[in-house]
Design a protein. Structure first.
Length: 149
């Protein structure tokens, strides 16, 4: 297990690194332009990044769709350290923040390869999603929260 710190980006430089990682992992391999790693929910969202020896190696974002339903998006971990528990650490920290703000359920749209990660954390597939960039199957997943989660 790596000695990772999960923190919120604060400075302009930290946010630039955060968004750059999102783009490099989630958009660049499919020739998507800079800017496609952001959407209209960035403001007011919870942004977290995983730091390893002063370098950002993972990220995730949570926002609210309604007073009780939150959504997690843009989860990404550097390929060189995937399957090391960093994604789970980011996910759990996002959940803590969302629960503290009143979330009763969390939804997300997982890439097919990531479904097992979310299932291990209590999420269930509830419907098929789209196929992004013509090749990445997605699945809508949900987790109903109980007190103490």
């Amino acid at each position: 297990m790596y000695n990772i710190k999960i923190v919120e980006p604060r400075s302009t430089k930290e946010f630039e690194s955060y968004y750059n990682l999102r783009w490099k992992i989630l958009r660049k391999p499919w020739n998507q332009p800079l800017g496609t790693e952001k959407d209209d929910k960035e403001r007011g969202a919870i942004h977290l990044m995983a730091i390893l020896t002063n370098k950002i190696v993972g990220c995730g974002r949570g926002h609210f769709n309604s007073i009780s339903q939150a959504q997690i998006r843009y989860m990404a971990v550097a390929e060189s350290i995937r399957n090391s528990g960093i994604g789970t650490q980011i996910l759990k920290e996002l959940e803590k923040h969302l629960i503290a703000e009143g979330a009763k359920e969390i939804i997300l749209k997982a890439r097919e390869k990531a479904v097992p990660l979310y299932e291990r954390q209590g999420y269930k597939v509830y419907k098929d999603g789209d196929v992004l960039f013509g090749e990445i199957s997605h699945f809508w997943m949900i987790k109903f929260l109980k007190k103490g989660d």
